[in-house]
Write a protein that binds this ligand. Structure first.
Ligand code: SF4
Length: 474
């Protein structure tokens, strides 16, 4: 759960990176960082907290240069502390190197243990640092050769941005778990986790970085390389269900429309005898709109979300513990009182929040509460960069739908089928979801987890085809 942003060849690189990260803030709120290059030196600022809180005029002014990478973080690997805030910045034999990573490596612990056995000293507890050590250790070739050698040894999910004094490099793992897109802002090139930030900075979307592709921007051109062995695409379907912003495009398709389709399909699969459709805001809204369109049941905002509950909020203990959900969500009595309502949410993880919502709605006078989830039951943990609880904590891993309904206290509970979710995410694709990872719903992990994958000897990097995207001013 992280967002990354990069820009190459812009006079206000740090300011643009700030805006880009602002539009990616939903992907991580624990820490934020920007690293810039002025062609001779890399400079960085990282801090715990939100972009808008931690970057001011003076901080940005201290980050000169025409290229920058940035990162917003929600920890999945490594603890939540400043030393794990990215971009990381290292000095090695060939100069400065900054890196920003979205995703999670499944064999980082094994590689780290091997490297530490050989004398490497790690500065962080993040899996990302493994890539940097592997890169620094590679003896042959230029930066691209060394990066390729490093990436051939890691398994799992990575969308990466690397910055040196003269180059910005974007790379995506061969399965393409996490998104990464390329855009153009006048004469500059931008790279980001999602297209939503392109609208804010008025950049034009060019295309996705393809799975297994490495894109290098330098003072001459932007070039594309494909030195990694190809693998079946396994894009994270949960990005469509919940994680990405609804105004983004993923795989060229609107996230908003995908969620709306999922909601329509949910209404077909699990109709409810209700007077009103209520979304759990914000992420449940597009699916609720779809449910309402398909069922003909009017949509109303029966729950209001407070946007001022920060992550620093300390949950009160025991007697007033339930106030945590009440601070975030509040029922609108005039909408729910005396009504049969169908509540649409995008996922049900532990069940505790849904239970509190149902109790709250009944307390506001709801006559019946029917809960509909616009995704299948979450039965497995994610190892590829989304922060899900352990399998034991996932209520659907060990309880039937009726047992969950009883625990939550709703009148009925219905989940969207796996096929319905895939049809929503990719209406022209195969119903089995070819091209996607959906392991947290099925347990079918596309990359084995917890296994050390032996490092293959890196083959030579093939001739790099020049992709004439556009020449750059330096
Ligand atoms: Fe996405 Fe789930 Fe696969 Fe993780 S396991 S990458 S959350 S679909």
């Amino acid at each position: 759960m992280c967002g990354i942003f990069g820009i190459y060849g812009h006079d206000e690189a740090a300011n643009i990176a700030y805006l880009g990260l602002h539009a990616l803030q939903h992907r991580g709120q624990e820490s934020a960082g920007i690293c810039t290059s002025d062609g001779r030196q890399l400079r960085r600022h990282v801090a715990m907290g939100l972009v808008s809180e931690r970057f001011g005029k003076e901080t940005l002014a201290a980050l000169p240069g025409r290229s920058a990478i940035g990162h917003v973080r929600y920890s999945t690997s490594g603890s939540s502390e400043l030393r794990n805030a990215q971009p990381f910045l290292f000095e090695y034999a060939h100069g400065g190197l900054a890196v920003a990573h979205n995703g999670n490596l499944v064999n980082a612990a094994e590689i780290r243990s091997r490297l530490e056995g050989q004398g490497s000293i790690f500065q962080t507890s993040s899996d990302t640092e493994v890539i940097v050590h592997l890169l620094a250790q590679a003896r042959e070739g230029d930066l691209l050769d060394r990066l390729t050698a490093a990436l051939r040894q890691v398994s799992g999910a990575y969308s990466l941005l690397l910055l040196t004094e003269g180059r910005l490099i974007a790379a995506r793992d061969p399965h393409g778990f996490r998104p990464l897109v390329i855009g153009r802002l006048r004469d500059s090139y931008v790279f980001a986790s999602e297209t939503s930030c392109f609208d804010l900075i008025e950049a034009e979307f060019i295309r996705e970085v393809d799975p297994g592709e490495i894109v290098v921007a330098d003072g001459v051109a932007v070039r594309s390389y494909r030195p990694l062995d190809p693998a079946p695409q396994r894009f994270c379907v949960f990005e469509h269900v919940y994680f990405a912003r609804p105004d983004s495009l993923l795989n060229g398709r609107s996230v908003y429309r995908a969620r709306e389709r999922m909601g329509r399909r949910l209404a077909v699969e699990h109709p409810a005898p209700a007077d009103v459709v209520i979304p759990v805001p914000d992420s449940g809204v597009p699916a609720a709109i779809g449910y309402s369109q398909q069922s003909g049941i009017p949509l109303e905002m029966g729950l209001i979300r407070s946007h001022y509950v920060g992550r620093t909020f300390i949950e009160p203990q025991d007697s007033i513990r339930h106030f945590g959900v009440r601070l975030k969500l509040s029922p609108v009595r005039s909408v729910v009182d005396g009504k049969r309502i169908v509540v649409i949410d995008d996922s049900l993880v532990r069940g505790t929040t849904s239970r509190k919502i149902v109790t709250m709605l009944r307390g506001a006078g709801a006559r019946e509460v029917h809960l509909r989830i616009s995704a299948p039951p979450t039965t497995h943990s994610c190892y590829y960069g989304i922060d899900t609880p352990t399998r034991e904590e996932l209520i659907a891993s060990s309880h039937s739908t009726d047992e969950i309904r009883s625990y939550i206290g709703c009148d009925s509970l219905g989940y969207l089928s796996h096929e319905g979710m895939m049809a929503g995410a990719n209406p022209s694709g195969e119903p089995d979801g070819t091209g996607f990872c959906s392991a947290c719903f099925t347990g079918a992990y596309p990359v084995p987890v917890g296994l050390d994958q032996p490092a293959a000897a890196p083959p030579p990097v093939p001739d790099a085809p020049l992709v004439p995207l556009r020449r750059l001013k330096h």
